[in-house]
Structure formats: structure tokens, C-alpha cells
Design a protein around this ligand. Sequence first.
Ligand code: 13P
Length: 251
Amino acid sequence: MRARLVAGNWKMHGSLAANARLLDALKAGLEQAEGLGYAVCAPFPYLAQVSQALSGSRIAWGAQNVSEHDSGAYTGEVSGAMLKEFGCRFAIVGHSERRGLYGEGDSTVAAKFVAARRAGLMPILCIGETLEQRERGETENVVSRQLDAVLAAAEIAALADAVLAYEPVWAIGTGRNATPQQAQDVHAFIRARLGASDRALAANVTILYGGSVKPNNAPELFAMPDVDGGLIGGASLAAKDFIAICAAARR
Ligand code: 13P
């Protein structure tokens, strides 16, 4: 059985006080479930707090970005080795907000993926199309291009213990989620594309869906055969909602 995961992407939200309340509630409310992992991806300054709060718990943590460089004169950047020092297991790379608002192109995202792996982090690689691209029928071309950039920079084996997240840009923060069938179709396409290089690896890659996942739509999304959990934005900030979404990912 491939690993399932529900990860919260807090984005640029939180405070020491709010995080403490949220983390306490998650520790109390997230139950052990066979084959299902939990994680929160916090803003950099809060990683020390998160690491202290979650050490020894069943919840892993990660960052929302990582530098493609290991060290050097890169003002404002954070390396994979630094994230490891704070116990991060994951680093999100290529989130559409990084691609769209901060100009991260496919080759930068691929370099970040490789840097995260080099540091011993598990990248959560985000891919997905915009509304215009979907309407033009380009969804498969776009996710292929985004995936191929990473495959050109890393060996296919580097995907073996990575996590992919299909996040259609039009579904992020809009309250408009992809239908379960739309998500399933793209997830199956992604798996088949990886399968062309390595079938066994593709069968085991965890592919999350992200984009307006809420307690009411999580059960039907997570019931699709190629949807292995979720990357949750807004709803990961409310303990009750995140716990309900995690419960929906149990098998
Ligand atoms: P929302 O769940 O707020 O739509 O955000 C999804 C997302 O971007 C997760 O990375």
C-alpha cells in the first residue's frame, strides 16, 4: 500500500500564540492511522516552535520553500541543511504562489527539488494548471512540462520517496475544488507519465490533491484511487477542519 499523507500548508499565517493553540489541538486530535501520515508546513520563523511542539508526536513538519543553493551569499534564502537542523522532514517546492508571484520557473523548481533531496528532505513538488490553461485543454501538457523539468534535473529514482501535489491553480483559495473525477483524471495521468520511466516506482508515489479541500469535500476526493491525501491551505489553520480532513484520508 502506498503511503498516504495529509499536509497543512499554513502559508503566511500564524503567530506564536495561535500556532501553540493549533499544534496542541492537532496533537490531541490526530489519531494514529495505518499508512497515513500527517504534516504541517509552517513559515520559517516558526519552525523552531513547531519542532519543539511536535517532537515525539505523530505529526511531521516542513517548510514551504527551500533554496536551490546549499550556502552562500543569497540574502533572504534558507537552505535545506538549515531546515534539517530544525527537524523538517518536508519542503514544499514549486507551489503555484511561488511560481506565479515570485517568478519561480520550472528549472528553478527542479533545482530546489534536487537541493531538498541533497539535504535529505522529502520535497512536496506542486504542479498544476491555471484556469486559462485548463480551458484551452492544456492541463496534461502543463503538468507534463512541470514534471519533465524535474525529471531532467533528477534521476527518476529521486521521485521514489518524494511527494507530488496536484494543485490546479484555479482551485487554490477560491472555494472551488476540482471535482473528484477531475482530480482522479490528472492524478492517473501523472502516475502513468512516471510509469513510463519506472512502473513500480510510479505505483508507489504519493500524489496529493490540493485546492479548496474542506471537511465536506475531502471524503469524496480522497476516495478516488489515485488521490493519496491532500495538501491543505486555509482549512489547515482551523484544528477542527484539519482533523476532520485527516480523518477522511484514513483507509
Ligand atoms: P486552499 O486549501 O486554501 O485552497 O490552498 C491550497 C494550497 O495552496 C495548498 O498548498
